[in-house]
Design a protein. Structure first.
Length: 169
């Protein structure tokens, strides 16, 4: 099974695809969005994710669950990027799951407050990845996919279409 992790961001979105049979990394990278209008940035994100999906044909998509701390406005912008990722997953008929950053860090690096660098190191170990990540967003996306592979089946949170839309709207 091919599992695609997507770490959506306002200006950068990481993606990482892992083959579950052998934990091998098939693809990973970062989609850098133009600092133009938000609508144009979301359009670029859609086109780039469309390329990732068409070239790699994932079976399952994992998207980071939104967390907002200081700024609700930032969370809303992030939610729109997340919505594009969920829409792409739905368009390609993929199962979709979500995890919080703490769940991912706990599953992959051993504790929920691990640094991005510690998560990247854990991803390298699990996936036997020798290359360089273009950004920590790419390693975070691979960590999402790994988290899904490492979680017991009963703890996996599957999103229905209605739940996916509820999180976006």
């Amino acid at each position: 099974m091919r599992i695609l992790g997507i770490d959506p961001g306002s200006w950068k979105t990481g993606y990482g695809l892992i083959e579950s049979k052998d934990f091998s990394v098939i693809a990973c990278g970062t989609i850098c969005l133009p600092r133009t209008s938000h609508a144009q940035s979301l359009g670029v994100l859609w086109r780039e994710l469309e390329n990732v999906f068409s070239q790699n044909r994932p079976d399952c998509v994992i998207v980071e669950r939104i967390f907002y701390g200081r700024s609700i406005a930032s969370a809303l912008v992030l939610g729109q990027a997340r919505g594009v990722a969920l829409a792409a997953a739905g368009f390609w008929h993929c199962d979709c799951h979500e995890y919080t950053a703490c769940e991912v860090k706990g599953a992959v690096a051993g504790h929920g407050h691990a640094s991005k660098e510690a998560v990247a190191a854990a991803v390298r170990m699990y996936a036997k990845f020798q290359g360089e990540f273009d950004t920590l967003d790419a390693s975070d996306a691979l960590a999402l996919a790994l988290c899904h592979m490492l979680k017991p089946a009963k703890k996996k949170k599957r999103l229905s279409l209605a739940e996916s839309l509820e999180h976006v709207l």
